[in-house]
Design a protein around this ligand. Structure first.
Ligand code: GDP
Ligand code: MG
Length: 597
């Protein structure tokens, strides 16, 4: 295809503003997929994405479109993830295209992720076409939202297209705007091959599938190619495009987006943002710097049934094949036995992986408290990265600790502002900015990541009845007075419940955890002390009284079914428990005990 007849674009939006639905309509309107094969949300492939209505992996589709000017165009849409955890995936796919549709729900207006994502598009020098979606709804207010786009984002919204992705209204205008307003890609067909590795994933039949954007030159089936970051070479055995099903073609030229396969075994061998060229006569000029995505949140995953450890290893290895941003290593815990310490891009990523292990591999898991990476500066001047509170070095050797901080942007209707400020303040936040974006307040806070990883987002949603939106980025490390707090159950430390906490908050957290555990741990035949401690010092204590009677004793003999039911219930409860010394602790206790409310 001629460069002048190609348009590459992405869709940026806040979650639920209609990105996937719009993509579906664009595919349908152009007959890219026969109507009988349409299913909703064509591009959201994994079950968990469908259920939660979020897009996790970037997906792509090539659309053939005959425009009103009579010419045939190739439109390549890259669908980007819409959640804060995957900001890095958004930023890299942005660099593979020249323009963006900015979708804003015209009943809602600009939200935090609208801002975060559109700034990424602006950073990538995109031409941006605003699309005001959901005009079929009575609450749609086009003027207000267009004005907000101009005020808050600072881009011209006079050409914004009113659309209903639901009814199809405005879809033709959107396709025309893509052709008329977005720039064609540039590239040199005669230069040596230079292609950007946009994404990669594992396919059970084809091995690793690599999504590429050709910058210069041509890529053909049978070529020998080289990944410039690590100089590995491969034989290309397939080239193709997504319509959105895979369709093989012979070659890809400048400006085009498509896939290659080359008998690559693991996703880990393909670095997103890497430059691909030919092994011989290749370019020497790699694309400017890429950074591999780094896990920022760590937690332990242990099987409830220790006999399932090998199954868990198998599941984790398989998932890691398809997800280079997920890291893992074996961990042994005195309390939980064998498991894995895993690293994630954020909490949603953690949840997605944990859910997939439980559902797809049928393994019940105990998840320990999520933790961030602390920098521990030793007296001898060295620095150790602490991924797990259980590994905290002996305090006599430690000089000081630093923790990661984030810049959080929250948009919230005025009436909830007070609650949001209180929440941020309670989480050791420092207010940096407070302005108004239309009728909503926009607050910017500097917060410790460790105060956010656990349940900040849930709390934010609950104090604002779901009306706040949130986005964050990491800013760096800062020293603070952090200590390791241990929980002792029946005088034995339960390492899986150890957490790092600010010294000033330790008593309060310790008391709250002991109280929670007292409710979560069932009574035993003996009295159980539950304590929180820093070093050897007890800072909080609760006592769980002993059980006096047999639970079945109150069903005076006669009712055998009732008795049986109670025993069954007890047994079912037991399955989800782990023994610590002489004490059974239910699985849910590990997460519930850490919730702060
Ligand atoms: P995404 O999170 O941005 O991908 O949003 P989705 O495409 O999943 O849409 C979120 C919800 O809004 C879904 O329930 C859609 O059916 C609905 N939706 C999307 N576009 C429209 C529209 O134009 N009108 C109406 N009424 N609902 C829409
Ligand atoms: Mg979606």
């Amino acid at each position: 295809t001629e460069l002048s007849n190609i348009r590459n674009f992405s869709i940026v939006a806040h979650i639920d503003h209609g990105k996937s639905t719009l993509a579906d309509r664009l595919i349908q309107e152009t007959n890219t997929v026969a109507t009988r094969d349409m299913k909703e949300q064509m591009l959201d492939s994994m079950d968990i994405e469908r259920e939660r209505g979020i897009t996790i992996k970037a997906n792509t589709v090539r659309i053939d479109y005959r425009a009103d000017d009579g010419q045939d165009y190739v439109l390549n849409l890259i669908d980007t993830p819409g959640h804060v955890d995957f900001a890095y995936e958004v930023s890299r796919s942005m660099r593979a295209v020249e323009g963006s549709l900015l979708v804003v729900d015209s009943t809602q207006g600009v939200e935090a992720q609208t801002l975060a994502n559109v700034y990424q598009a602006i950073d990538a020098d995109h031409e941006i076409v605003p699309v005001l979606n959901k005009i079929d709804l009575p609450a749609s207010d086009l003027d207000r939202v267009a004005e907000q786009i101009e005020d808050v984002i600072g881009i011209d919204a006079s050409g914004a297209i009113p659309v209903s992705a639901k009814t199809g209204q405005g879809i033709h205008e959107t396709l025309e705007a893509i052709v008329q307003h977005l720039p064609a890609p540039k590239g040199d067909p005669d230069a040596p091959l230079k292609a950007m590795l946009v994404d990669s994933w594992y396919d059970a039949y084809l091995g690793v599938i690599v999504l590429v954007r050709i910058i210069d030159g041509h890529l053909k089936k049978g070529d020998r190619i080289k990944f410039m970051s690590n100089n590995t070479t491969h034989h290309v055995d397939r080239i193709g495009v997504f319509k959105p099903a895979m369709a093989e073609i012979d070659r890809l030229g400048p400006g085009e987006i498509g896939f290659l396969t080359a008998s690559i075994k693991q996703v880990r061998d393909t670095r997103v943002g890497d430059t691909i060229t030919h092994e011989k006569h290749g370019t020497t000029d790699a694309l400017p710097g890429f950074k591999p995505s780094q896990p920022v949140v760590f937690c332990g995953l242990f099987p409830v049934d220790s006999a399932q450890f090998e199954d868990l290893r198998d599941a984790i290895e398989k998932l890691a094949l398809n997800d280079a941003s997920f890291s893992y290593e074996m961990e042994t815990s005195a309390a939980l036995g064998f498991g894995f310490r895993c690293g994630f891009l954020g909490l949603l990523h953690l949840e997605v992986i944990r859910d997939r292990i439980e559902r797809e591999y049928d393994i019940e898991l105990i998840t320990t408290a999520p933790s961030v990476i602390y920098h521990v500066y030793m007296r001898d001047g060295s620095m150790v990265e602490l991924h797990n509170p259980a590994d905290m070095p002996d305090l006599t050797h430690v000089d000081h600790l630093e923790e990661p901080r984030i810049k959080a942007t929250i948009l919230v209707p005025d009436e909830y502002l007070g609650d949001v400020l209180k929440l941020c303040q309670d989480r050791r936040g420092i207010q940096e900015d407070l302005t108004y974006a239309g009728s909503r307040a926009m607050v910017v806070y500097d917060l410790p990541l460790n105060e956010v990883v656990f349940d900040f987002y849930d709390r934010l949603k609950s104090v604002t009845k779901g009306y706040a939106s949130f986005d964050y980025q990491m800013t760096g490390y800062r020293e603070d007075f952090l200590v390791k707090m241990q929980i002792l159950v029946n005088d034995e430390p339960v390492d899986a419940l150890s957490i790092m906490v600010h010294r000033d908050r330790a008593e309060q957290r310790g008391r709250a955890m002991c109280e929670k555990l007292k409710d979560l741990i069932p009574r035993h035949m003996f009295k159980i002390p539950i304590q929180a401690a820093i070093g050897g010092r007890i800072i909080a204590r609760e006592t769980l009284a002993a059980l006096r009677k047999d639970v079945t004793a109150k069903c005076y003999g006669g009712d055998a079914t009732r008795k049986r039911k109670l025993l069954d219930k007890q047994k079912a409860g037991k399955k989800k428990m782990r023994q610590f010394g002489k004490v059974d602790i239910p699985q849910e206790a590990f997460i519930s005990a850490l919730k702060m409310d």
